[in-house]
Design a protein around this ligand. Structure first.
Ligand code: TXA
Ligand code: MG
Length: 357
């Protein structure tokens, strides 16, 4: 299959692109598009064949449900058997935006889209291209992140091209995304809402709107790397899979004293270089000049969480492109968005965190 690559230009007339993309979606094809979090791999959510194509293109297990993207709150009633008050409060506060809600599905939503579940995950993205595509196509768009299963989520159209060229009908390039990590997922089918995946919308922000919220123990930072092994079975099926992982071996190094982190990493790098390994360090602008590895890459500024979230996956992909075999990463503060950043980083490291005393 030949994949069309279409760039959305600001101040240009992009109608033809949306029309072509809409035709593809309506006929059961696949179109990748930008959202504010990561690029999505879209298909018609109500067409079971389209969902099957999404699983195939990603190489994703079909028990891992897709998020359905809508363009107005009213659309909830088209897809859900019940829309609780809390969903409306959250939609009013955070939509369009990086929040996905899990709700009971109605009969229109095929089980292929929901990975066999009776619930459906729904989100209204805050990106003009995504919203225009949903509106002009007239399709509710099922879209997982547009990466091959297991790879870091795509934050640029080039990442999608790397993973999906020849596997899907079209890629719409809308530039780099803003947030860079996937939406927060909240399950509203329980008495008390449960966060199934942390993201830019934090526990604190959610509880200010709907009162107490739980965090699925399987995504708590302390259990990452142990999830899926008996005790901690995550409620979002996707959270059990190995994820975001670079090809090289990634270790997070932490200490109360940053100097100890730097000297430990430099020591390890020195040793590994002598063994002939290609080494890399993931850090921020603050410390970039202090490391001696083959490839020292910065994700942003430590004081600016959004700079870190928006570059994290891109940097993990760069280590792959550079053929880095052993990667060391600094840790990040675990409050607010930092919690979601550390969730992704720890998953990428398979839970491998080393604390230097
Ligand atoms: O930011 C995002 O959410 C991006 C953009 C494209 O919108 N999408 C995204 O989709 O991250 P994906 O498929 O990569 O991750 C969806 C996650 C998976 O972990 C899946 O298991 C979970 O959502 N999920 C989907 N439907 C669910 C449901 N009904 N119940 C529980 N978890 C669900
Ligand atoms: Mg994903």
């Amino acid at each position: 299959m030949e994949t069309q690559f279409q760039k959305i230009e600001e101040n240009a007339n992009n109608v033809k692109i949306y029309e072509a993309a809409g035709r593809i979606l309506k006929s059961g094809g696949l179109v990748a598009f930008p959202t504010e979090t990561v690029y999505g791999l879209g298909g018609d959510a109500l067409n079971p064949t389209a969902s099957e194509k999404i699983y195939a293109a990603k190489g994703r297990p079909s028990d891992n449900p897709l998020i359905v993207h809508i363009s107005k709150v009213q659309d909830l009633y088209e897809l859900c058997a019940d829309v609780p008050e809390k969903a409306l409060l959250l939609a009013e506060k955070f939509w369009p935006g990086p929040l996905t809600m899990v709700l009971p599905k109605n009969d229109k939503v095929p089980k292929t889209t929901t990975g066999g579940l009776d619930t459906v995950a729904i989100r209204m993205p805050n990106h003009p291209v995504a919203l225009d595509l949903i509106r002009t196509s007239g399709v509710f768009i099922a879209a997982p992140s547009a990466n091959l299963s297991g790879r870091p989520s795509p934050t640029k159209a080039e990442h999608v091209l790397q993973d999906m060229n020849g596997r899907i009908d079209m890629i719409i390039d809308g530039g780099s995304v803003e947030i860079g990590i996937e939406s927060t997922i909240i399950d509203l089918t329980e008495e008390e809402p449960v966060i199934l995946r942390p993201g830019f919308i934090t526990e604190k922000m959610l509880s200010e709107v709907v009162g107490n919220v739980q965090i699925d123990p399987a995504v708590a930072l302390g259990t990452i790397g142990k999830t899926g092994q008996g005790d901690f079975k995550p409620k979002a099926p996707g959270m059990k899979y190995r994820h975001y992982a670079p090809k090289g071996d990634l270790t997070i190094v932490e200490s109360e004293d940053v100097e100890k982190v730097i000297s430990y990493i430099n020591q390890q790098v020195d040793m590994l270089s002598k063994e002939g390994k290609t080494t890399g360090v993931l850090t921020t602008e603050d410390n970039i000049s202090l490391y001696k590895a083959d490839h020292v890459l910065s994700v942003g500024q430590r004081a600016d969480e959004l700079s870190i979230s928006s570059h994290l996956f891109d940097v993990l992909r760069q280590f792959d492109d550079l053929g880095v075999e052993c990667i060391f990463s600094e840790g990040f503060a675990r409050e607010d968005v930092g919690y979601a950043i550390m969730n992704r980083l720890m998953k990428a490291a398979g839970g491998k965190v080393l604390v230097v005393k």
